[in-house]
Design a binder for this molecule. Sequence first.
Ligand SMILES: [Mg+2]
Length: 359
Amino acid sequence: MEDSKQKNINTAKICFGNLLKQVIRLYSLDYVEIANEISVSPEAIRQWQRGRNFPSINYLDPLYNVLQKNVNIKTTPVLSVKLKSEIVKYLNFLNEDMFDETGLDIGGVLVSGLKLIYAHDKNTILSVREDVTDMKTGHTQVVFFDFDGTLTNRKETKTTWENIWIALGYEVEECRELHTRYNKKEITHSEWCKLTEEKFIKRNLRREVLNKIANDIELIDGCKETFEELRNRNIKVFIVSGSILYVIQEVLKDLSHYVDEIRANDFVFDINGKLKQIIGTKYDFEGKANYILEKINLLKVSPEDVLFIGNSFNDKYVYRSGAKTLCINPNKTDTSDTMIWNSCIEDCKNLMDVLKYIK
Ligand SMILES: [Mg+2]
């Protein structure tokens, strides 16, 4: 069987699950109520959202009906736009064209999107007949690390962002307030970056400030040994972070060469070393899962063979990618939620401790 076909099967399930999850979140739907209405267990809906399996055929139409009804009742122009862009995103991901939405209400657009994703999977399965075997190898092939609090020493209580605000003479609360506005969805991630950029430029943020902050950040013990071990085992290493690329590179120094790619927010300086622009990453929060999915697709690996290691609330969506998740030194995240975190090392003093989760 061709890898690409198997890839599509896994990916379509995950896209279906992610879209379902997004609808439930965007429209604040209660999945337990939905479960009651279509007579399945709430656990079944959780499994669908995780992309573990599709709803069985008997439940598809009832699910579509209840989603269409609720979305049409609750929608606003803003929510409709957001939902449509989610649908387009997943269809793009599967190389499916957006369908003709003429005459469809937003609930109908959603249902058509879900049907197309479902059909994408079924077509693929039909074309490969019954020789569908899982491509998972049982060996970890890719490891994704978060940066702040995961690869760094946790004696650091403030985030890199907070440290910059403080270094520029602002109150840390100003930084936290913007974060809260983002959490409440009052501002988007790019608006958040833009507002931060204005504040930083106003106080003439220079590269030296980042150097100083990077200098004060210590890597967790065992980082080099862990990276070396991963390289020896031919495991790819990525960093996906809501921190700042320049700072990460400064802290990693020569360990950078063990890392296949780093995704984070990027600061652009002018020739005099003054901040010119902040380019926000689209791969923080929900975006972390998208980044991992993109790599899973590119590298043609099973999500089961992928491990993400993080520490905090901005990592809580990663499980949507289907990757295994390990939390170390948890901070502001609920590690008892085993859907979000498959495993946890409460007190990780040496990064080598994670090796036993790498098969
Ligand atoms: Mg972190």
